[in-house]
Design a protein around this ligand. Structure first.
Ligand code: C5P
Length: 234
């Protein structure tokens, strides 16, 4: 039976590896998926990733690769052999970049899941217009989702509000959804929804960071969100 913890990814956006280790040791044997972002990757690098993988966590390295195809391919060539569960690539990098990444993964016969990022969940309409003048967000989203499917990505990262479009354009790819908030919060996630609603909209995995990291009892927050996910699955 699938539990809420089979679908919850903790965004481990801690100050450093020490704090991350402390939190993970409290969640060992319970939490499965952990997302490492730029800060922890910069501080702990691959040795830290190997360490937490050895403790039994499935690691999602979220560094949103976005560069010329050859450079991205060289990075995937290395990362594909590290036993990662998933790695993000920015859909804005275009077809060739995504294709070269997939080929690099295949050349290593790696089980890593390559995830395309569509539009960051921090964009609202005004900030998006500034970043991509004249291109409606929905059009960019639909195009990038279709591109992820066409180039053989395994999954897609998108906001809860984008799930409908993404599922239409990239059916078959699994969805990983940040911007999940148990209740109204005043941070930088503009396009967000509660866990229950996110699951009902069809998200496969939910990424949650600050609602857990800023909670007075982080372990209790993980359990509460997992049970809300479970409710959505039922
Ligand atoms: O703290 P919060 O729950 O907002 O964390 C969400 C995580 O998901 C962050 O680590 C952020 O970098 C990541 N993310 C995102 N939007 C995307 C892709 C990843 O918020 N489109």
């Amino acid at each position: 039976m699938t539990t809420g913890l089979d679908r919850l990814i903790l965004a481990l956006d801690t100050d450093g590896p020490g704090e991350a280790r402390e939190l993970l040791s409290a969640l060992e044997g319970e939490l499965k998926y952990v997302k490492i972002g730029h800060r922890l990757y910069a501080l702990g690098g691959l040795p830290f990733i190997r360490e937490i993988t050895a403790s039994g966590f499935s690691v999602f390295l979220d560094i949103k690769l976005h560069d010329i195809p050859n450079t991205v391919s060289m990075a995937v060539d290395i990362l594909a052999s590290e036993g990662l569960w998933a790695l993000t690539l920015h859909g804005g990098g275009g077809r060739k970049m995504l294709e070269e990444a997939r080929k690099a993964k295949e050349a290593r016969s790696s089980g890593i899941n390559l995830l395309g990022v569509t539009v960051l969940t921090s964009f609202d309409d005004a900030s998006w217009e500034e970043a991509a003048p004249g291109c409606p967000m929905e059009a960019a989203l639909a195009k990038r989702a279709a591109l992820c499917r066409e180039t053989g990505m395994d999954g897609i990262v998108c906001s809860p509000l984008d799930l409908e479009v993404v599922k239409k354009e990239a059916g078959g790819l699994f969805t990983v959804v940040p911007g999940v908030r148990p209740a109204a919060s005043g941070d930088d996630q503009a396009r967000r929804a509660a866990p229950l609603e996110t699951v009902k909209r069809g998200a496969d995995y939910l990424v949650v960071g600050r609602p857990i990291l800023k909670a007075p009892d982080r372990v209790a927050a993980v359990r509460a969100i997992a049970s809300e996910i479970e409710e959505g699955l039922a």
